[in-house]
Each structure stands twice: as structure tokens, then as C-alpha cells.
Write a new protein. Structure first.
Lengths: 507, 390
């Protein structure tokens, strides 16, 4: 029995009790309701649903299935018609169908000690006799009930079973017709995707969606509330708190585990500043992301490192060149990395551009090379970027400047750089006026002069580094608005800023 | 009704198959059956509905055979099925029991046959069926799902001869017992298994006494009803288009129930009102996205797997030509068109006819009444055309 505690288990939410899990649950109520209804239907009728929840690590799969488990277990009217077997999150030992049967028999509530003895007796038999005996014993225990099987990392389970084990497992499910399965995986995989495999099309795939900034805010609030951090809850509910969460979401995306970890070392003050807790978050996540690299081959790690350093999306030819591997090998490694959820691909014309799927992985693994300083600057930038009120004044000044003759720009911009404080706001104002720059009110030639002037005057100042990159892409976009390659000059989080600046949809 | 792509449907959820099932029962009254279809067309749902709603006074046994690797495992499963049917009756499998006890010198306990019985699996099979039929005056039907997969597994592990013997033994039983019926179904075509066996010297026609029937897609009206039921069950908001969206989904996926379930399931998670464009986008994504769940690339890969190396260029040539034609082509037009391709000029008409027959059996193409060929499913034609840049 697990003691009630406000501890949030980031990596094993199954250790938390039902109330805690419900308390910090966001976004997926409709999905859980749907899954629970389907398990109910599977128990009460001869329909049997098999769902596969797909999401990268930390997306909340275990949280979700644990909630379904608790809600089903709490349904008193199902109890005499239902058996539940929840496999461990990592079931390394299941290497045959017999071992799967034994594991299930160990997990379900047994009717009496005699049945326990029958299970023990299985270990005295030869494997083929034990397997058939175990099938019969399991069917005898299930009787007219339905077995609700919960299995995480279905890909590992099926790989462990091998082809013969998969065929036997599927045959068992088809012959008995008494199971409903709720499974999870980090991505779609060959054992369920290929028509040559027994489990092709067997599961209903459900892809988990990332949290939006608003949902991430709710999650932070709920976790803070569970932990009794009332000041933090109050701050998160303020407009300023919401802006900080928006800035955070911009950098880390919508992975719930990241927010759960973030609440560990955040206070209203540090959240307002954002840099310190974010750097602490990176520190905590470093071993986690490093461990993710352990699952990869040496060549795949090399490709990931290249993409971390490259920042913007890269084509196969360039990746192959800088990693000293052939294009063919690079392509196949990238395909595997994409299946595993490490990289994503953007096809433009005949070329495919690859980048890391998780923006935070890029930051964490690239942090040594970037010395942390540029990350601090980016966080500072975003903190102010979302605080629109703070830059309205400078935005207006720059807007006016754009309407003046371009010959006056060098001297007036120099003045601004000299007297305007804080200079970081000026850097942000420079990005904000990109929308005006993109209108017909500013000619293409003037836009280039504006770009060149700024580059000349501030190119060595670190606070302007990001703004200048965005400005360059904004100019390229003005010149070739239909060329999607323009956007590949930027990393994902940078692209998001410029999209917002230009008032474009992110798609 | 809830979407349930890939799951097990309750008998009353199997829509649009009543006419087919009635026809299958009629066939089974006179002979056994090989039920063919593309994977995920709904074969198993059809036979499970038949098992759940059997004809009166008919004994039915269903068994998925894909996990078996030896004939003894198959016979054991049959023995177990029959034993469970006859339990409680006085004369339970007397003949087969006596035979096995003579072999092993001990009484059989439970379902597991002794290893010494392995070489005698044919006798045990025959005696098990005989014992059952001695107790049963009405029709006995064995629904054996994934029969080709079992034969393929046994062929791989035990050699071609053993697979051939199983097919022959089953045919012999069908010939001997007038009230015995078998239904073979499977995700790989039985003809591929038999073709491979023939290459190894098999000369018999092991299923020529069985009726071949294909599980086709649903009729448009049934497919539309299914789509409509699923849209309603999923509480999907379709503004002023409910009827037309259901027809559109059914048509766009060639009335295949599995795909209808999938499309509606994806629509369920959208938070915007559903339009025809959204349905089109979902289908396109499933067809062309490299990580698609429908695995359409299989239709290209399967040519290499099941067709001999020398047949591949011709099969591709035929499919490429049919992919870009809007009307079905007569043989002569198809032949003339193939002759314009440098790599295929050496082919003869018989080779083309042979491949056309194979492509038909694998559900790639259909032969119209007028003797014209076209793609069997527009969905696969669409995929083929675009994936091969035609």
C-alpha cells in the first residue's frame, strides 16, 4: 500500500494514488472518459476494444492508463465481471508467450490458494505443456468475465515475444475473445504497422497531444496546489504568471513531465525571473536526456549531436557530410530515429529537412557548446517578448523610424542604441516591427537597408544576436514569401517568435 | 455504436454482411469453403458472427491456427475442441483414446498428447473426427482462421511434405464424412502456400472440393449506414452535411469497414465541425504519410515477396498501366501497352495471363464481365498512381 503523499513522481506516476493523479490531471478528460467507456463496453458486451496510446517519453501515458485503471477499478458494478492485469512499465523478462501468461496469472486476483498451487505446478512442467496448461488455467479463472490487460511499452513486449510468441498471443486473443487491452508506446512500430505482422491493425492508435501554454499553466497550478505552494498558485493565476508560462512553453513545448519537474524548484519570484529555474530544470534534465542517448547506436548519437549543434533543420547530404557517413546510411538512421520519436522531418520540394523532435533535448544536449549564455539571453528575450506592454514604447519609436527617410536610419539607430535602456527591449522591438517591415509600406530595397544598418551597428552585441537572426529571415520572407525554405534558417522556437511577430499562423 | 478499428465486434455490430452470411450458410450445407479477402476486409468478423449466430442443429468450432508449428499441435487443438464438445457424454473419443493409450501405454489425462503420438498425427486426426461424427448426426463445421499461416509455419519448420500431408488428410476427411465441413480463412492467400508446395513437387489440388468465396467490401448503402452509425456514436458534429459526409467516407475508402472505423475514429478527436475536405485530408495522410497506419506500401512490397523475381517487372508493368487508366482495359490493349516498354518486350502472352490471374487472386485487379481489367480498389489505385509518380 502506497502512503498518501503530495510527492509528484515524475517518472513513475503509477506510484501515485488515484486522488493525486486526478488532482493534477489536465487536458485529457475526454480521452480518459472515452477509454473508460470502451473498457466498460468490453466488459459488459461481446465487443472488445484494444487501444494503443502513443506519446513520446514524459507525455503522460502512464498517468493516463493509471487513471483509467483506477476509474475502472472503482466501478462497483463491473467487479464481478472483470479481472485486471496491469503489467509493469518495463517487463524485461517476458520473452515468450508462456512467460506472458505466467505474468498475467501472477497479477490477477486469484480465486483461492488451490489456483495458486496450480500456478506453482506450471513451473514443474515442460514449456509446451506449461503453456497449454496456463492457457486453460487462465481461461478457467476468467470464466465468463473479461480480462482487462494493461501493458506499457507494447513495442518492447511484442519484440520480446518474437514472431511465434506474437502469433500465439494473437491466436489466444482471437480464440478466447475475452480480453480488452490498453497499451502504450512511444511511437508506431513495425509489429503493429506492417501487414506482414500478426498484430497489424489490431490496436486503435491514439496520439497524445502536447499541452498548450494554457494547459501547461493549469498543470503547474494543480501541482503547486497539491504541494501546498499557495503563493505560486496565486502568481500563476495573475496575468504576469500566465505570461511567464507562455514564455516557458515557447522553449520547452508541451511535455507534461517537464512542467512537473519544473515545479520542484520554482517560486513566484524565480518564475517571474524565469532564467534561474529554467537553468535548474536543464541541470536536472541533463542525465535524463543523456540516458535517452543510451538507447541509440553510435551513428545515431552522432547524428543527434550534429542536429543539436546545427540548431536549424538540416538535409541528409549535410548530415552525412559532417558525420562522415554515407547518405544511404544517414537516411536509414534518420528513418529509425524518426520512428523512435527523436527527429522529425519537414519535406520541402524534393528535399527533406531533419531536426530534433524535442526542442528541450536540443537545448540540454547542446548546452555545453553554447556555454549557457545564449540560452540565458533567449529566456530573457522570451520573458519580455510575451510581456507586450513593456515594449510598446520602443515598438512605436521604431515604427516611426521606419516611416522616415532611410538615409537618417544609421544616426538615429545609433542614438537609440546609446540611450535606450534596457537595451534588451530595443532588441525585442526590432523583432516586433518586422510586421510593418513586411507590409507594402516598406519597399524591399528599404527593408534591406534597414536590415544592413542594424547588422552593421549591433552585430557584435550578444543581446541582439537572436533579433538579428530573426530580422534576416524576415527580410528573406519578404523577398520570397512562398519559399518555405526561408523558415528552415531558424530553429523551431525561433520560428515561433517570427511567426508571432509577422502575425502568421504557425502552420 | 462506437468505432472499433481492429478490435472484436459484437455480432450485432457487424453491419452489411447478412446477405453474404446467408449465402455462406447455403454453401456450407453442400460443401466446405475457402474464404478469401484482403487483410482487414472483415473475414474474421464475418466468421465470428456466424459462430455467434449458428444455424439450428449445427455444431460449430472456431480456432485461430496461427500459433501452431507442428501437425501434432494442430491435432491437439482439434482434440481439445472436440473433447470440450463431447464432455459429459458417455462415449467420449473412445477410438482415439484407445489408439493413443496403445501407443503410449498410459491413459490420456487432459488435452496434451504424448510426444510418441507425433508420427501418428494423421491417425489421431482421423479418429478424433470419426469419434466426433459418431456422436453427431447434424452438420459439423470447423472454422479454421489463419490456416495458410499455419501451413506456412509448418512448411518452414517441418518441411513442405508435412504441409502437403495436412492438406491431403483434411481433404480426405471431407471426402469421407458427408456431414463434415471446413472453413479456411487467412491473412495470406492459400494459393501462395499451395504454389510454393507445388514448386516442391506437390501435385494435388487440395481444396478443389471447397467453394472459394471472397469477402468483398460492403455495398455502398451498408457502408454509408455503418459510417452514419459511427458518426452518431462518436457524437461528431457535422454541420448540414451528416448524410453526405457518411456517403463520402464510405465512397472514399472503397466501402471497406475497417477504414470507415479508422476515419471516423480520427474525426472523433477533432474539435472543429467536420467537412468533406477534412475527411479527404485524413485519408490522404493515411495513404501517403510514410508512417501511415494503413501500410499501403505493403501492396508494392508484397510483389517482391510473393512473386518470383522474373515476374516482378511484368507485375509492376501491368499495375502501372492499370493505375493510370480511367476505364477498364481489355487484354489486347494491356498487352499492346506492355509491348511499348523496352524491358517487357520479351514477355509472352501466356506469362501475362498467368500474372493477371495471380494479381486477381491477390485482389489487386478485377476482371469485368466484358473481359476488361482494372484495379480492384480505387483506393489502392490512387495510392499506386501517386506513390509511383505515374
Amino acid at each position: 500500500m502506497i502512503a498518501r503523499s503530495p510527492t509528484v513522481f515524475f517518472f513513475t506516476p503509477s506510484l501515485m494514488n488515484a486522488i493525486e493523479l486526478e488532482t493534477i490531471f489536465v487536458q485529457r478528460e475526454a480521452l480518459v472518459t472515452d477509454l473508460v467507456e470502451r473498457v466498460r463496453e468490453s466488459v459488459l458486451t461481446s465487443s472488445k476494444h484494444h487501444a494503443l496510446v502513443i506519446g513520446t517519453r514524459g507525455m503522460g501515458k502512464t498517468h493516463l492508463v493509471s487513471l483509467v485503471y483506477h476509474r475502472i477499478q472503482a466501478m462497483a458494478d463491473l467487479q464481478d465481471q472483470l479481472l485486471i492485469a496491469q503489467l509493469r512499465e518495463e517487463e524485461w523478462g517476458i520473452t515468450s508467450f508462456l512467460k506472458l501468461l505466467l505474468r498475467i496469472l501472477r497479477l490477477i486476483d486469484l480465486p483461492n490458494s488451490k489456483t495458486q498451487q496450480k500456478i506453482e505446478a506450471l513451473y514443474e512442467m515442460s514449456p509446451d505443456i506449461a503453456e497449454q496448461t496456463a492457457i486453460n488455467l487462465l481461461l478457467e479463472i476468467i470464466d465468463k468475465r473479461t480480462l482487462f490487460l494493461i501493458t506499457e511499452n507494447l513495442d518492447s513486449l511484442l519484440k520480446g515475444l518474437g514472431e511465434l510468441g506474437q502469433q500465439k498471443f494473437r491466436a489466444f486473443l482471437q480464440n478466447s475473445g475475452c480480453c480488452t487491452i490498453l497499451a502504450t508506446a512511444t511511437c508506431l512500430f513495425n509489429e503493429i504497422q506492417s501487414r506482414m505482422k500478426p498484430f497489424y491493425g489490431f490496436f486503435r492508435p491514439i496520439h497524445l497531444r502536447e499541452l498548450t501554454a494554457r494547459e501547461a499553466g493549469y498543470l503547474l497550478e494543480k501541482i503547486a496546489s497539491l504541494k501546498g505552494k499557495t503563493n505560486l498558485v496565486k502568481f500563476l493565476q495573475t496575468p504576469r504568471g500566465k505570461l511567464r508560462v507562455q514564455a516557458l512553453e515557447h522553449l520547452v513545448g508541451g511535455n507534461p513531465r517537464i512542467y512537473a519537474i519544473f515545479t520542484e524548484f520554482v517560486s513566484p519570484e524565480s518564475l517571474d525571473n524565469l532564467v534561474q529555474p529554467f537553468m535548474a530544470l536543464l541541470n536536472v534534465l541533463t542525465p535524463y536526456y543523456q540516458s535517452q542517448m543510451q538507447y541509440l547506436s553510435a551513428q545515431q548519437r552522432e547524428i543527434i549531436e550534429f542536429l543539436c549543434d546545427h540548431r536549424s533543420p538540416a538535409i541528409v547530404k549535410d548530415i552525412a557530410k559532417y558525420c562522415f557517413i554515407t547518405s544511404q546510411t544517414t537516411s536509414s538512421q534518420l528513418q529509425d530515429l524518426r520512428k523512435k520519436g527523436y527527429v522529425k522531418v519537414e519535406p520541402i520540394g524534393r528535399e527533406s529537412f531533419y531536426s530534433l523532435q524535442d526542442p528541450l533535448m536540443q537545448i540540454v544536449l547542446g548546452i555545453k557548446h553554447q556555454q549557457g549564455e545564449s540560452i540565458r539571453l533567449t529566456i530573457d528575450f522570451l520573458r519580455v517578448w510575451y510581456d507586450i506592454e513593456k515594449t510598446i514604447h520602443i515598438e512605436k519609436i521604431l515604427d516611426d523610424l521606419l516611416t522616415q527617410d532611410s538615409s537618417q536610419w544609421p544616426s538615429k539607430i545609433s542614438d537609440l542604441i546609446d540611450w535606450f535602456e534596457p537595451v534588451a527591449y530595443l532588441a525585442i522591438g526590432l523583432v516586433r516591427v518586422c510586421q510593418r517591415l513586411n507590409t507594402p509600406l516598406v519597399s524591399k530595397a528599404d527593408a534591406v537597408i534597414w536590415h544592413d544598418t542594424w547588422h552593421q551597428l549591433v552585430q557584435n552585441r550578444p543581446e541582439f544576436k537572436l533579433s538579428l537572426r530573426l530580422l534576416t529571415t524576415a527580410i528573406h520572407y519578404k523577398q520570397k514569401p512562398t519559399d518555405l525554405r526561408v523558415w528552415l534558417e531558424l530553429s523551431l522556437e525561433e520560428r515561433k517568435i517570427l511567426h508571432q511577430a509577422l502575425g502568421l499562423s504557425e502552420n | 455504436m462506437k468505432t472499433n478499428p481492429g478490435g472484436q465486434l459484437a455480432a450485432n455490430e457487424v453491419i452489411g454482411r447478412d446477405r453474404l452470411i446467408a449465402k455462406l450458410w447455403q454453401i456450407l450445407e453442400r460443401q466446405s469453403l475457402v474464404l478469401t479477402a484482403e487483410r482487414r476486409m472483415g473475414k474474421t468478423s464475418v466468421i465470428k458472427k456466424m459462430v455467434a449466430e449458428p444455424l439450428p442443429a449445427t455444431l460449430i468450432k472456431f480456432r485461430d491456427l496461427e500459433g501452431f508449428r507442428t501437425p501434432l499441435e494442430f491435432v491437439e487443438a482439434l482434440f481439445q475442441d472436440v473433447q470440450s464438445e463431447l464432455s459429459g457424454k458417455e462415449q467420449v473419443l473412445t477410438g482415439v483414446r484407445q489408439f493413443i493409450e496403445q501407443l503410449s501405454g498410459a491413459e490420456i489425462k487432459g488435452f496434451k498428447l504424448p510426444k510418441t503420438a507425433a508420427p501418428h498425427w494423421k491417425t489421431i486426426l482421423t479418429k478424433t473426427i470419426e469419434d466426433l461424427l459418431a456422436q453427431q448426426s447434424s452438420l459439423v463445421i470447423f472454422f479454421w482462421d489463419e490456416m495458410p499461416m499455419m501451413l506456412e509455419n509448418i512448411k518452414r519448420d517441418q518441411g513442405e511434405t508435412v504441409s502437403m500431408e495436412i492438406l491431403d488428410a483434411l481433404r480426405s476427411l471431407r471426402q469421407t464424412h458427408l456431414n463434415l465441413r471446413m472453413v479456411f480463412t487467412g491473412s495470406i492467400g492459400l494459393h501462395h502456400v499451395v504454389t510454393n508446395l507445388k514448386k516442391a513437387g506437390y501435385v494435388n489440388a487440395p481444396t478443389n472440393d471447397m467453394h472459394q468465396e471472397e469477402v468483398t467490401p460492403l455495398e455502398l448503402t451498408d457502408a454509408t449506414s455503418l459510417a452514419q452509425e459511427l458518426l452518431t456514436g462518436a457524437k461528431i458534429t457535422v454541420v448540414n452535411e451528416t448524410g453526405s459526409i457518411a456517403v463520402m467516407i464510405a465512397t472514399a475508402v472503397d466501402c471497406v469497414p475497417y477504414y470507415i472505423h479508422h476515419v471516423v475514429d480520427e474525426l472523433q478527436w477533432l474539435t472543429i465541425p467536420i467537412t468533406q475536405q477534412i475527411v479527404t485530408d485524413i485519408i490522404s495522410q493515411n495513404l501517403y504519410n510514410p508512417s501511415n497506419r494503413w501500410d499501403m506500401a505493403h501492396y508494392r512490397e508484397r510483389i517482391n515477396t510473393y512473386y518470383g523475381l522474373e515476374m516482378v517487372p511484368l507485375a509492376l508493368g501491368i499495375l502501372d498501366k492499370l493505375a493510370v487508366t480511367t476505364t477498364p482495359l481489355p487484354f489486347q490493349d494491356l498487352w499492346n501497352s506492355l509491348q511499348t516498354q523496352n524491358s517487357l518486350v520479351d514477355q509472352n502472352q501466356e506469362a501475362v495471363r498467368e500474372i493477371l490471374a495471380l494479381l486477381q487472386r491477390d485482389h489487386y485487379i478485377g476482371l469485368k464481365a466484358a473481359g476488361n481489367y482494372d484495379f480492384r480498389f480505387p483506393l489502392i489505385q490512387q495510392y499506386w498512381r501517386l506513390s509511383r509518380g505515374l
